[in-house]
Design a protein around this ligand. Sequence first.
Ligand SMILES: [Fe+2]
Length: 374
Amino acid sequence: MQSGDNAAGGGNGGNLTLVSHYVKEQSFKNEGGPAGLAFKRQVDLGCDLVTRRADDGHHEVEIKLRANSREGGASGFVLELTYAGLFRLQNIPADAVQSALLVDAPTALFPHLRDIAADTIQKGGLPPLNLDTFDFAALYRADTGKEPARNIAVASAITAQPALQPEIHKLFPTSIYGAPLGVSLHAELEAACLKLAAEDEAGRAWSRDGLRGGYTSYASIYDLPSRAPVFAALVENLGRHIAAFARAVEFDMQGRRFVLDSIWVNVLQEAGSHPAHIHPHSAISGTYYVSVPPGGAALYFEDPRTGLMMSAPPRAKTARPENRDVVAMRPKAGNLFLWESWLRHGVEPHGGKSPRISISFNYKVEGTVKNALA
Ligand SMILES: [Fe+2]
C-alpha cells in the first residue's frame, strides 16, 4: 500500500485527496505460454468502477481492470487487477460528489494501475501492456440523463500497442584485458627500472627529444630480459596472460603461437604524458604497472571507429564505457593490461610527485616479420 496526501483533483470545488492506494485483488494467467510472445497484440479491456463510503468524509474507489489478449481464437493472457484508493472528500458539493468519485478519483489511480499491469505482464514473460489513459470524464458524460452509474463498463475492445523493447546487438567489441600479474615482482622491478633509467644515456637523450616528461628505453634497449633476471621473470609470467587474452578474443592461431617482439621501460615524471599512438607490426600490446603513485596518470583508449563516425553526435558524458569514444582506465601497481595493437591509446598527464613506472611490450604471431623499432 502506498499512502500520502496526494491531491487528486476536485474540479467542482472542494478537495479530493488520495490518502492511500493499493492492489486489492490480482490474478494473471499466461495461457498462451511461450507462444504468447508472438501473439498479435489484440487486447480486449474491460473496466469497472466501484465506489463505497468508508466513513464520513472518506470513500474507497476501485478500478477493476480485465485485460485479455487473443490471437484468432487462441487466448494469450488474462489479467484481472483491482486497484483501489482511499479518498478524503472535503467541502465537495453534494451534486459534485459522483463526478469526483467516478472521474477525478480513477484518473488519479490509473497511472498506478497501468504500471502494475505492465509490470505483471512483463514478468509473465510477455511484452508489457502499455495502456492509454482511460478517459473517465468521457465515460461519465456518456452516461447521461440519469444518475451516473456506480459501475461503468468499458465495453469496447482496445488494441494496445506493445511497449518498445528493442534488442541491441553489440558487435565488434574492443577487448581490454586486465589482471594482476600473479607474482609479486614490482618492488624488484622498480629498482631495476630506475637503475636502467639512470644508466641508459642513449635512452635519456632520445626521451628528451621524443617523450613528454620522462624516460623510456623504447628506442635504446632491445634486450631487456637479459639486463636483469627480474625482467626475464616478468616475461616468463606474461605468456599465460597473452594466451588467455588470445582465447578470450577467439584468435584462431592455426598452430602458431605468440612471441615477444619488443619490451621497454617507461618512467613518467610529474606532468609527463604519452600522446595517443598505436603499436604497428604486432598483434597484442600491453603494459605492466610497476609503480603507480597517488595521482598516477590514467591510460586511455580511443574508439577505433572514430574516423568513420561521419556526422554522429557526441556521446553523452554519462554514457556507459562501451558507448564512449574515449575511455580512461586507472591502473594499479602489479596489474597488467593487454589490448590488440591497432587500438589507439595514450597516457594522460601524470599527477603524481614520484614517478609512474611501467613496462610495455608487443607480441606478434610467431613467424611474422620482426618489428623494426623506430
Ligand atoms: Fe603504447
